[in-house]
Design a binder for this molecule. Structure first.
Ligand SMILES: *Cc1c(COP(=O)(O)O)cnc(C)c1O
Length: 375
């Protein structure tokens, strides 16, 4: 309890360093990796890993919970976390969902609808009026803070209020903005999702998801879904993720600064027709991002002059930047998102490249991009 109140007074940059450490005298500074599926009977807490988790898992949950201001439950992946939310909704419910979002999210909701689990109302979640119009009678509103891969900024505070007026539960995927950009629970959201695979872990070496909520009944429901769905992550993954979380704040400082600089330079490059980055004054989401988010994140999407092939050529010419999917690691990654049917299906421009900006030196990144874009 004492540790909890201390963390509430700290800045996130300190929370990531201090939360989730053993505090009794003689304890190791880092929570050890407990590799056990089961525990000796007779004590409260630990029993069977899939149901009760373990100290290694709970250490990471403590840190993620402190960061978002709620109780965190970690999952074997971001998608396992999303599945727990979808599976906890009653059969036959109605969900207002993003028409354009992370491809796995769009596919998971579509699959739930095909199976008769729920009916969907897909909307442009950056269009506040469109979301409002879709809400009456809905049971669930699912949002992203900053949309993948179009980097549209969503008015989370406004939409949370509108959804609650309509009686809908609100879930927010805050993977792109991270708890530094916005804490959705603070503006009333019911549950936050992180693909901790990305910025929170930060090293592209684990798959991990998290849900964070305040309502004890909802936390209980989610914990039950995790247990029944068998979505508990492994201890090694949790240890690595918490080790990554320790440097989350400094990594984000560098990555965001790099992204801001690269976005400005890309905007002036003759081979680039459009840059999507909420930190640019020219970006349609800039004003909203300034109001809703702290920081503009480390993701940039930009469109290359020419065709899909021209964009693919840029990906094949980078040397420092890696041509690969995913995001949020220390290393910069780039890919053409419309290569995926789901992304092409919701209108991602064919020549759009999504770049996850890492923590390399910005001049080296720029030189690599300039070379890849060609003269
Ligand atoms: C990667 C990602 C997910 C899925 O997370 P996994 O850990 O890959 O299962 C969900 N939402 C967003 C925005 C993502 O980028």
């Amino acid at each position: 309890m004492e540790a909890m109140s201390r963390e509430q007074k700290l800045h996130p940059d300190s929370v990531v360093v201090s939360a989730g450490r053993p505090e009794v005298p003689g304890a190791p500074v880092n929570q050890p990796i407990v590799l056990a599926a089961t525990f000796r009977a007779g004590a409260d807490g630990n029993a069977y890993l899939r149901n009760e988790s373990s100290d290694t898992v709970r250490a990471l949950e403590e840190a993620l919970g402190a960061l978002d201001g709620g109780s965190a439950l970690v999952f074997a992946s971001g998608m396992a976390a999303l599945s727990a939310v979808i599976d906890s909704r009653p059969v036959g419910c109605t969900a207002v969902v993003p028409a354009a979002a992370y491809s796995g999210t769009v596919s998971a909701f579509a699959a739930a609808e095909r199976l008769g689990r729920m009916s969907l109302r897909p909307v442009d979640i950056t269009d506040t009026d469109a979301v409002r119009a879709a809400l009456p009678g809905a049971d669930l509103l699912w949002l992203e803070t900053v949309t993948n891969p179009l980097l549209g900024v969503v008015d989370v505070p406004e939409l949370v209020d509108a959804a609650h007026e309509a009686g809908a539960l609100v879930g927010v995927d805050a993977t792109f903005s991270t708890p530094r950009g916005i804490r959705p629970l603070d503006v009333g959201a019911d549950v936050v999702l992180h693909s901790a695979t990305k910025f929170l872990s930060g090293h592209s070496d684990v798959l991990l998801g998290a849900l964070v909520a305040r309502d004890t009944d909802l936390v209980e429901t989610i914990a039950t879904r995790r247990s029944l769905g068998g979505a508990m992550p492994g201890a090694l993954e949790c240890y690595l993720a918490l080790r990554g979380v320790r440097t989350f704040a400094v990594r984000m400082d560098r990555a965001e600064a790099n992204a801001a600089e690269l976005a400005c330079r890309l905007e002036r490059h003759p081979s680039v027709t459009r840059v999507r980055y909420p930190g640019l004054a020219s970006d349609p989401g800039h004003e909203r991002a300034t109001r809703v988010l702290r920081g503009f994140g480390a993701m940039i999407s930009f469109e290359v002059a020419g065709t899909a092939d021209d964009a693919e050529r840029v990906c094949s010419r980078v040397r420092l930047i890696t041509h690969a999917t995913s995001l949020g690691g220390v290393e910069s990654l780039i890919e053409r998102r419309a290569r995926y049917d789901v992304d092409a299906g919701f209108g991602t421009p064919a020549a759009l490249l999504r770049m996850s900006v890492g923590i390399e030196h910005v001049e080296d990144l720029w030189q690599d991009l300039e070379h890849a874009l060609g003269a």
